[in-house]
Design a protein around this ligand. Structure first.
Ligand SMILES: NC(=O)c1ccc[n+]([C@@H]2O[C@H](COP(=O)([O-])OP(=O)(O)OC[C@H]3O[C@@H](n4cnc5c(N)ncnc54)[C@H](O)[C@@H]3O)[C@@H](O)[C@H]2O)c1
Length: 339
């Protein structure tokens, strides 16, 4: 079977990680990445000797790229002419504009959470609704928090059946380097329900969800606390045992030193992971407990890298590389070195 040819639009926080993840999939070929400016990730790509070809994402943007000494391999159209599917990681709203070009070129695409829902045929999660993505042309991935949230709720639902969940998201307010967001020193609240709870119900309509979100002036990892009402009685040991079976959930212990939102990021660096990336959500074992019959637990969302596996699952679904969800996620996991 020929390799599926993949392109990436937007070589920023998510795009550079999608490119690295796609390049690791032995049944995919990363044809190249596209961006509009000599940003720091693009400059670093050039300094690394261009491990991936870079295409100019908008007419005229090659001028600034070449002026900065970045080799440009062609236009966006040139890239679209060589791929089967695009992973669009341009800033929110740009993907919707790019979609017209994908449609014209007959190329499929997976969009990220910052795009509006209308951009895609299916709102996608590699574990919770893989089947809905099979053979579709345009998928939109859940946001970073929603991706990790659904990983855990879906898995618990499979193990014990979940009726409803209530969540609290302590959200990192910006990525490292996002100076345009300003220096902040306050905790900003949003009205309930947060979009992640609404999105969870969109993908898993049988679960009633609500939640609140607090923007927090930190850059490394969100924390989500979840209170889930199971359909059958359960206990912390059963819940932890179920989570241990999920390759994309890493059980960590406060007693072992995983005490903060930065522990998982730091640990990824100690493991030698590129950029300090962690594909798994961290689940703090000592936070798993009961409130009456409800289960509660806290997870860490490595916002820069958590959506990479599920996006690659999206390629597998859209391109019908695997009809079977378990086979698909197992391959993504294998090539990313998860589990
Ligand atoms: N940052 C996160 O933590 C995170 C997590 C999950 C999902 N997302 C989603 O991923 C998407 C990308 O976010 P990001 O944080 O990587 O953004 P980013 O700003 O880090 O990167 C976007 C890149 O796209 C480039 N770009 C601008 N116009 C373009 C165009 N017309 N065509 C192609 N590229 C263009 C920019 O130069 C930049 O390099 C958004 O939908 C966002 O909501 C972000």
């Amino acid at each position: 079977m020929p390799k599926v040819r993949v392109g990436v639009a937007g070589y920023g926080v998510i795009g550079q990680r999608l490119a690295a993840g796609a390049a690791r999939q032995e049944d995919m070929e990363l044809v190249g990445v596209a961006d509009v400016a000599p940003t720091l990730p693009v400059r670093a790509l050039a300094e690394r000797g261009m491990p991936y070809r870079l295409f100019s994402a908008a007419p005229g943007s090659e001028v600034a790229l070449e002026a900065a000494g970045i080799p440009v391999s062609g236009s966006f159209d040139d890239l679209l002419g060589q791929v089967d599917i695009m992973l669009d990681a341009a800033p929110g709203g740009i993907g919707a504009k790019n979609k017209a070009l994908y449609v014209e070129a007959g190329v499929k695409a997976v969009f990220q959470g910052g795009e509006s829902g209308e951009v895609a045929d299916v709102f996608f999660h590699g574990y919770a609704n893989y089947d809905k993505g099979v053979g579709q042309n345009y998928l939109k991935l859940t946001s970073c928090n929603t991706t990790g949230l659904i990983r855990t709720v879906h898995w618990l639902d499979r193990a014990v059946g979940i009726e409803k969940v209530a969540i609290t998201i302590i959200r990192r307010v910006a990525d490292p380097g996002d100076t345009h967001r300003g220096l902040v020193d306050s905790l900003q609240l949003e009205a309930i329900p947060n979009h992640q709870a609404v999105d969870l119900m969109n993908i898993m309509p049988h679960i009633d969800a609500t939640g609140l979100l607090v923007h927090t002036p930190i850059t490394h990892g969100h924390i989500i606390t979840i209170v889930a009402t199971p359909k059958t009685k359960t206990n912390p040991a059963e819940v932890v045992a179920a989570f241990k079976e999920h390759p994309r959930i890493r059980i960590v212990r406060i007693a072992d030193g995983f005490t903060t939102n930065t522990s998982l990021f730091n640990y990824a660096r100690f493991l030698g992971h590129e950029r300090g990336d962690m594909y798994e959500v961290g689940l703090f074992e000592e936070t798993v407990g009961m409130s009456g019959d409800d289960v509660m637990f806290a997870i860490n969302i490595p916002q820069e890298s958590v959506v990479i596996p599920e996006t690659l699952d999206g390629v597998r679904a859209a391109m019908r590389m695997q009809e079977d969800q378990e086979e698909a996620v197992a391959l993504t996991n294998k090539y990313l070195g998860i589990g």
